[in-house]
Ligand binder design. Structure first.
Ligand SMILES: Cc1ncc(C[n+]2csc(CCOP(=O)(O)OP(=O)(O)O)c2C)c(N)n1
Ligand SMILES: [Mg+2]
Length: 816
């Protein structure tokens, strides 16, 4: 079923000029007097008050970091503090009109944005709602610290709660917003619409796009703001996110109810610097950051440069841009001019910029210029400004005193961190509503075709032909289809997921079943594919994304290893991450399409990793993955997609789950234990056959189908019986997951081992061409060779490869 977008040669080849939309720069012309009419004098004074709060908060941190003292309170803060002194008007102006349904994502320099958004939420929420939020958050632990100290209105209490929760988080306290597990660069507070801030420059770009995708697909209220720095414009994932958020299909292919550009503002906090690199003029060629919008879509992303030194210009821009988004014309790009007087971090001596430049920006310090504008308009006096400052300083001192006190603000017990690594829940559906599908499951052509298949590899003792057998790919499809009809939030996307049916035909039949907004082709943007899935999940949805080849994980390295894996624990359990990432281990395609990177995924805390190699396991493990709330890297092997079930009587048609943890015992034996990861199982079974037939040795064979978590007990039991173990996989031998297995098994079962565990992996080379693969990937003979040389000499055996320790040492010395 191809899509109906004609690529017409006569149109495409026409000679014409591209018309480029205007990009306004600093277009705001309003005045305080005009804005008073729109928002009222109190609200405009509130903006100043919020700006002063942000400044005081950051100056407090500056003072603590550089002098170890603030208003008489001594403290040594060891962690980071990327301050945004000078950027207050940008943050406060941005949040002024945002509601708690509008979600902001940010960067390492987001204290100000957190406070501005929180203060804005507090000013808008009813007292009862505020009270409920404060009492319920972390079981009231944060509130219990501030409540006895701050008497006054609910709003006053909420402001103290906000300042304290943020500061306690920065200081790594159990009473902070994320129990101190996020810290300065990752703090957030979702009840006020403040979503994760990211220590990876640009990291919020694609995550925020995923959050906007969630809002668009699930028709949620509000917009998303991605606050990222000007220098993040040099990051690939940011470009991927801009492009992803601007996909033509949102307007051209998605149905009426879901149509429209993503509701997101990419807000570049343009302070003209990365750390020491100056963006415009030195590290970028854009001249004006807003120009970037021109390259992304025909509307130039409604890009605009806004004067972030005037909070009212920012408020005005946010109001207008929201209108654009509400008309379905997002995404939007804002180049928000600002400047930090503070260094990149408190130790930064600002050697990369002139004093004259800093003086010029300080001359127009928004705190002073805006206060003067309010005074000129007659809505505030100098005395009023001074009183605001005093109140804020007094409040800050109390908050700081509480946050540094180990008794009222203790640290989390270290062992508890482990509890937050996974949410370990089983949730049938992330929301309770009817899933949007295009036809009943039983009418699906793939379902009908599968119904005629034999659900076992053998029929009457004979192998079933490839065309008739229920294949590994069918098993994955069945699990996925089931969940699509169960969970209305489930979406799947990747580079060729729709009409093509996924690179290896796992998704064939899904196009007929699902509307565009639940199954779509993404750009070739592996970072954005995973990053948007992260954003989609942490907003409350479930995502299934796919990278054709395991090798392409390199392109999504940050998203997999820093984002997908870490947000549940950095949130101390506030967020869940139900994302299943499918990757396939290839063959026949050479060096960049054949790698097994299970070791990388196993190494990173916070990922569950499975690698099924039979249809029964593929379906059962996918069912478990898709009902869970944790990120799962789901390894598949291209050698297996056509295979039928060889171990179970047949693959059940109904729903079943396979728990993550226990390995599968594929064959019983008493003389040696063979453990495999991935498709090597089938070669190990060949080796086991030869051992039995030719050497009267029975091998017990385990398939390590779940890599993390892993229950070692069945493996240990086996080794107690056999005293010998060989571990094999298609991953390059050096640093592979089998080496972790070998090392752990040595410790668990040392007393029972007759020989050290042996690892048989692929050569530590690039993968050669298909015709030469047998000299690269482990073969049955390699396993036998290794047994013969290093575990148990086999009488009369003639090795075909050199698996001796001497050769292992030689290869190590050579680095191969
Ligand atoms: C991927 C990545 N590279 C480098 C860094 C180190 N680093 C932290 S902040 C920063 C500068 C970022 O500049 P910009 O995006 O403009 O934000 P700003 O600091 O100006 O707010 C750098 C290079 C990082 N945290 N992440
Ligand atoms: Mg910058």
């Amino acid at each position: 079923m191809p899509k109906s977008l004609l690529v017409n040669p006569s149109e495409e080849r026409k000679s014409r000029q591209l018309m480029i939309p205007d990009v306004p720069l600093n277009a705001y012309t309003g005045t305080v007097e005009q804005e008073v009419k729109r928002y009222g004098a109190d609200a405009l004074v509130g903006i100043l008050s919020d700006m002063i709060t942000l400044r005081e908060f950051e100056e407090m941190l500056q003072s603590i970091k550089t002098q170890g003292i603030y208003q008489g309170i001594e403290y040594d803060h060891k962690g980071p503090a990327h301050l945004s002194i000078g950027q207050e008007s940008a943050a406060v102006g941005q949040s002024f009109l945002l509601s708690i349904d509008d979600h902001i994502y940010g960067s390492h320099r987001s204290h100000g944005e957190i406070l501005a958004k929180g203060l804005s939420a507090i000013s808008k929420l009813e007292d009862e709602v505020l009270e409920r939020i404060l009492r319920e958050f972390m079981g009231g632990a944060t509130l219990r610290v501030v409540e006895p100290v701050f008497q006054g209105s609910m709003k006053d209490l909420a402001i103290a709660f906000l300042l304290y929760g943020a500061l306690a988080e920065i200081f790594g306290r159990d009473t902070g917003f994320n129990r101190g597990l996020g810290g300065s660069m990752h703090a957030f507070f979702t009840p006020f619409g403040i979503y994760p801030n990211n220590a990876i420059v640009g990291g919020s770009g694609d995550i925020a796009a995923g959050a906007a995708l969630f809002k668009r697909i699930n028709r949620k209220m509000g917009i998303v703001v991605a606050n990222i720095g000007d220098a993040s414009m040099g990051c690939g994932p940011v470009w991927e996110a801009l492009n992803f958020a601007s996909m033509g299909q949102f307007n051209r292919l998605w149905d009426e109810a879901h149509r429209g550009g993503l509701p997101i503002i990419f807000n570049f906090m343009n302070n003209f610097y990365g750390m020491g690199g100056q963006t415009s003029g030195e590290t970028m060629g854009y001249d004006v950051l807003a120009r970037i919008g021109l390259g992304v879509n025909a509307e130039a992303m409604h890009a605009e440069r806004v004067d972030g030194y005037n909070p009212l210009a920012v408020v005005d821009a946010m109001r207008r841009k929201r209108e654009v988004i509400e008309q379905g014309r997002g995404p939007v790009l804002i180049d928000l001019l600002t400047y930090r007087y503070s260094g990149h971090s408190p130790s930064d001596a600002s050697s990369y910029r002139d004093k004259e430049e800093m003086d010029r920006w300080q001359e127009i310090d928004p705190l002073r210029t805006y206060a003067e504008a309010l005074m000129r308009a007659g809505i505030l006096t100098q005395g009023g400004v001074d009183r605001l400052r005093e109140e804020i300083r007094a409040r800050m001192q109390t908050v700081c005193r509480l946050a540094v006190d180990e008794k009222v603000s203790p640290r989390i017990e270290a062992e508890r961190i482990g509890e937050f690594m996974f949410s370990n829940q089983s949730v049938e559906k992330m929301e309770d509503r009817e899933p949007e599908t295009l036809l009943p499951q039983e009418e699906n052509p793939r379902v009908k075709a599968i119904a005629k298949k034999v659900r076992s590899a053998f029929e009457n003792g004979k192998p079933v032909s490839k065309n008739r057998v229920f294949q590994y790919r069918d098993a994955i499809f069945e699990a996925i289809l089931h969940r699509f009809y169960m969970d209305p939030t489930l979406v799947a996307y990747g580079e060729e997921n729709r009409e093509w049916g996924g690179a290896f035909a796992v998704y064939r039949g899904l196009t007929e079943a699902l509307p565009y907004h639940r199954l779509f082709n993404s750009p070739i943007s592996e970072g954005a594919i995973v990053g948007t899935a992260v954003g989609y999940a942490l907003e409350g949805g479930r995502a299934l994304v796919e990278l054709m080849y395991c090798d392409f994980m390199g392109r999504a390295g940050d998203e997999i290893f820093n984002q997908l894996s870490k947000w549940q624990s950095m949130s101390a359990g506030v967020l869940r991450m139900p994302v299943v990432l499918r990757v396939s281990v290839g063959a026949k395609y050479g060096a960049q399409h054949s790698q097994d990177w299970t070791a990388l995924c196993h190494h990173i805390p916070g990922l569950k990793v499975v690698f099924p190699v039979t249809p029964y396991d593929a379906k059962g493990l996918m069912n478990t993955a898709l009902s869970g709330t944790d990120p799962v890297i789901f390894f598949e092997s291209q050698r297996l997609y056509d295979m039928g079930e060889m171990f179970e009587p047949d693959v059940p048609e109904g729903y079943y789950e396979i728990p993550f943890g226990p390995p599968a015992r594929r064959r019983e034996g008493k003389d040696i234990t063979l453990i495999t990861v991935g498709a090597t199982l089938y070669r190990a079974l060949e080796a086991a056959d030869i051992l039995e037939k030719e050497y009267a040795l029975s091998a017990e064979v385990f398939d390590c189908r779940t890599i993390n978590p892993l229950d070692y007990e069945p493996l240990i039991q086996s080794i107690r019986k056999t005293g010998r173990v060989v571990i094999a996989s298609d991953a390059c031998e050096r640093g592979s997951f089998p080496h972790s297995l070998a090392s752990n098994l040595t410790q668990f079962a040392f007393d029972y081992l007759d020989a050290p565990p042996v690892v048989v992996g692929s050569r530590n080379w690039i993968t050669p061409c298909a015709e030469m693969e047998e000299s690269f990937f482990p073969q049955a003979s390699w396993i036998l060779d290794a047994i013969h040389e290093r575990v148990l000499p086999l009488p009369g055996y003639r090795p075909m490869t050199n698996q001796t320790l001497g050769e292992l040492a030689r290869r190590s010395r050579a680095g191969v």
